[in-house]
Design a protein around this ligand. Structure first.
Ligand SMILES: NC(=O)c1ccc[n+]([C@@H]2O[C@H](COP(=O)([O-])OP(=O)(O)OC[C@H]3O[C@@H](n4cnc5c(N)ncnc54)[C@H](OP(=O)(O)O)[C@@H]3O)[C@@H](O)[C@H]2O)c1
Length: 299
């Protein structure tokens, strides 16, 4: 993180921060690392600690631990499976944010929550700004949008919603890790080239979202690395960085059928983030190369 981001997030030092999903989540782990580096005291909780959907258990935890801030990195993230399990997806993506917003309102705690580029339908030609009309194409996108709305309805004063996209990073499986692992044993891989988005490194996202939280601003922000890529571009860059000979061949979305419909274009515009924090996210290629080298070339 830049010195500027460190100083912005510096007022998190000494703060107790409850991180739901902080034990096992791809983003949750990055948030816990970033908070620790900033001198905060992250309270990472997982599903074994208590059921976050149970308002009484949540109130008891808040009362006992007295955190200063609450971050929600829990979600139902299996985008295709959600098409078959809409109730389970709604419980985590829509009901949970409502439960958390109520708990935060009662306790007066600022809330940081994460949402997705999949709230958009992908028909725009320019990067999406937070105010753009939403029109999710999938159960996952719809339930995440319901979660955003619940938070803004219940506790708009102190809630930050960071919409992000296409995450990769250490500590858990993700698209980039899967591609490089497959490329180690395959001569070629077929990857879709007609969906364009904003690949984002979880440690960068954690730093930027924490700076946003520390800025005291509220509302919806787009928080992603700079630039844009197709899944095929992202896979090619990862395979190239890993020094593998595997060929990455472009295919169309209809040649790789999946249950949930994805937006063909979901690049997110981060101007509002920059206005709130003064921070400009770096291009996705930089952390992608760092991540692939660290993950695959140092061992
Ligand atoms: N991944 C992406 O590309 C992407 C893109 C756009 C937006 N986002 C958003 O970014 C946020 C973080 O995503 P992520 O990829 O880091 O998610 P993730 O790795 O799938 O982590 C989800 C977390 O939620 C926990 N969880 C799931 N069900 C639970 C339950 N019933 N009770 C308690 N905890 C439960 C998981 O715990 P277990 O390990 O115990 O299951 C895990 O810690 C989410 O809001 C997501 O919608 C992600």
């Amino acid at each position: 993180m830049t010195a500027r981001a460190d100083s912005l997030a510096g007022n998190l030092a000494g703060k107790k921060v409850l991180v739901l999903g902080g034990r096992t989540g791809l983003l949750g782990r990055a948030l816990v690392e970033a908070l620790t580096r900033l001198g905060a005291e992250p309270l990472a909780v997982g599903r074994a600690d208590f059921d976050p959907l149970d308002p009484e258990a949540m109130a008891k935890f808040l009362d006992h631990n007295q955190p200063n801030l609450l971050i929600n990195a829990v979600a139902y993230t299996a985008v295709d499976k959600a098409e078959d399990e809409p109730e389970a997806a709604a419980l985590l993506n829509a009901t949970l944010p409502a439960v958390l917003a109520r708990a935060c309102r009662t306790a007066g705690l600022p809330l940081l929550h994460f949402s997705t580029d999949f709230v958009f339908d992908g028909t725009k030609a320019e990067p999406y700004v937070p105010e753009d009309a939403t029109n999710p194409l999938s159960v996952y996108g719809r339930t995440k949008l319901d979660g955003e709305r619940a938070i803004l309805d219940i506790f708009p004063e102190k809630s930050v919603i960071a919409r992000t996209a296409w995450l990769f990073g250490p500590g858990k499986g993700n698209f980039v890790h899967k591609i490089v692992s497959l490329a180690q044993t395959r001569e070629s891989l077929r990857v879709v080239h007609d969906q364009t988005g904003s690949p984002t490194f979880t440690p960068d996202l954690a730093d930027l979202a924490l700076a946003l939280l520390a800025s005291g601003k509220a509302g919806i922000f787009h928080v992603v690395n700079a630039g844009r890529a197709t899944w095929c571009d992202l896979a090619r860059e990862a395979v190239k960085t890993a020094g593998l000979a595997c060929q990455v061949l472009p295919i169309r979305t209809d040649q790789y059928p999946v249950k949930a419909k994805r937006p063909p274009f979901s690049v997110l515009d981060t101007k509002a983030l920059t206005e709130a924090t003064g921070l400009v996210p770096r291009p996705w290629e930089e952390p992608l190369r760092e991540y692939v080298r660290e993950e695959f070339l140092k061992k």
